[in-house]
Design a binder for this molecule. Structure first.
Ligand code: UDX
Length: 473
């Protein structure tokens, strides 16, 4: 990395992502960027995440060893999340989410205390905490150890605004009761108008509601907020948040694979799709993935499978082992893989950024996890959107209706094979999707420009670093 050791000022930041793939990836990239600006970083994973990464990637126990060899001072520690390693940690596991609310901070507190006392003896003390916005405890820990408190929001400003104004949504009856209002939401500051069906889905669950409500109360107490979005793409929402907080749009925070340094971060072993892709014509392959946590029901999987077959389009489909919620061997119809073997590759997990940056990829059928959206736009790959939970519904609004870089898959509650087939054909055919491809190229340019020397996100990142240093000193 060209910027390595640009300024060796030796500020020391603790970076703590939420223990999910979609939060760890951007936190790693942010850490590399900050380290390249001369920060010492201590990156913290939970023991469970650490064991998943080292097991599946057969990697050095210090996942940042390559970064350290390149001269970046990134240290690495692990803490317990309060649960045994074999505990079921999926998003539907309420005991796990409650543990994140109530228990996790004890382990963070212990670790910071230890690091602070170790550091005081012979090193540069920690001066700053950069924690995921979904945690509920950063302000307490930051206050206790007198750290500058940076809240890292890994999703777009639209979603930030919705979570931030949860109280308004409740007051107006759009969530929190058995019969929520179904009409458009037009009272959120900085958000023109949004369908009630685009609101983050987990609002309806009381434990998750409590978690998010507490977290965004805590975010209000942070010194600086940084987010994985781009000023030009969400100007009104960002300006509205900036009226209340030091909020910097520093995206796109693309996976470390877009830099020279590859930091092992996958929670599962990556199947190498390169050889398979190398012999496929340019733009002919649809990539299908639903991210790392969302569950898909068996009926939808079957309709997708049939739709992919009917479309006769080449495809790579990431069928995570636990996509149905349990480890089920026979997800697909009997003999399916054999029938599609000449043009379909079904894998349990892959290096997504490597796959979608391949010239053979012509489209991405996605659940609209924010990282997938960002990575797809970064590569100029148009999307077919099939959101499932959380922010994915609001992300789809940005993709399909605001930026026009994707089309919607689900018009109704469930999906049909005919609908899947039609949308895939429409997207992969360069004539029918020519407008979509034009806007995808434009938004891709906005993304890339934002990171150029005078680009908005680069300028914002530098301002953020300056402000951070000022607050520290
Ligand atoms: C979760 C939420 O579901 C998402 O909505 C939120 O925005 C972030 O947290 P996840 O569902 O896993 O994330 O989706 P996404 O945000 O797309 O992140 C998945 C990450 O895993 C991406 O960085 C992607 O590159 C990576 N990935 C996915 C792989 O490396 N290999 C795969 O096979 C699939």
């Amino acid at each position: 990395m060209a910027e390595i050791r640009e300024q060796k000022l030796l500020h020391h930041a603790l970076v703590i992502p939420c223990p999910f793939q979609g939060h760890i990836n951007p936190a790693i990239h942010l850490s590399l960027k900050l380290a390249s600006k001369g920060f010492i970083i201590t990156f913290i994973n939970t023991e469970f995440i650490h064991s998943q990464i080292t097991k599946s990637q057969s990697t050095d126990p210090n996942i940042f060893s390559k970064a350290r060899e390149s001269g970046l001072d990134i240290r690495y520690s692990t803490i317990s999340d309060g649960f045994p390693l074999d505990f079921d940690r999926n998003l539907n596991s309420l005991p796990f989410l409650e543990g994140l609310i109530n228990g996790f901070s004890v382990h963070v507190d212990e670790l910071i205390g230890k690091l602070m006392s170790d550091n005081c003896v012979d090193d540069h003390p920690i001066t700053c905490l950069i924690a995921d916005s979904f945690f509920v405890w950063p302000s307490i820990v930051a206050k206790k150890y007198e750290l500058v408190n940076v809240s890292f929001f890994t999703e777009p400003a639209l979603v930030f605004a919705l979570y931030y104004h949860l109280d308004l949504l409740e007051e107006n009856g759009h969530f929190g009761s058995d019969e929520n209002r179904k009409d458009r939401v037009n009272y959120i500051p900085g958000v023109k108008s949004i369908e009630a069906s685009d609101l983050p889905s987990l609002f309806q669950n009381s434990v998750v509601h409590q978690l998010i409500y507490k977290a965004f109360q805590d975010v209000r107490k942070s010194d600086i907020i940084i987010a994985n979005t781009v000023q030009e793409l969400e100007p009104e929402t960002i300006t509205s948040i900036q009226e209340k907080h030091n909020f910097y749009a520093i995206g796109p925070i693309v996976s470390a694979n877009f830099t020279d340094l590859t930091i092992p971060s996958s929670l599962w072993s990556e199947y190498d799709c390169t050889q398979w892709l190398d012999v496929k014509p340019r733009g002919s392959v649809l990539y299908v993935s639903f991210g790392s946590v969302a569950l898909v029901n068996k009926e939808d999987i079957l309709e997708l499978a049939h739709g992919l077959m009917l479309s006769e389009v080449n495809f790579i489909w990431v069928l995570r082992f636990n996509i149905l919620g349990q480890d089920e061997k026979s997800i697909l119809p009997l003999g399916y893989e054999e029938k599609v073997k000449d043009r379909g590759l079904i894998v349990p997990w892959c290096n997504q950024t490597k796959v979608i940056s391949h010239s053979a990829i012509g489209g991405f059928l996605s659940h609209c996890g924010w990282n997938s959206v960002v990575e797809s736009i970064w590569c100029g790959v148009p999307l077919i959107c099939s959101p499932l939970v959380t922010d994915q519904l609001a992300n789809r609004k940005l993709v399909v209706y605001d930026w026009k870089v994707g089309i919607n898959l689900r018009d109704g509650e469930s999906i049909t094979r005919e609908e899947v087939c039609d949308k895939i054909k429409y997207l992969i055919n360069e004539e029918t999707s020519s407008n979509l491809r034009k806007t995808s190229a434009q938004v891709k340019e906005t993304f890339h420009n934002a990171l150029a020397t005078n680009g908005s996100s680069n300028v914002n990142f530098n301002k953020f670093v300056d402000e951070l240093k000022m607050k520290i000193s």
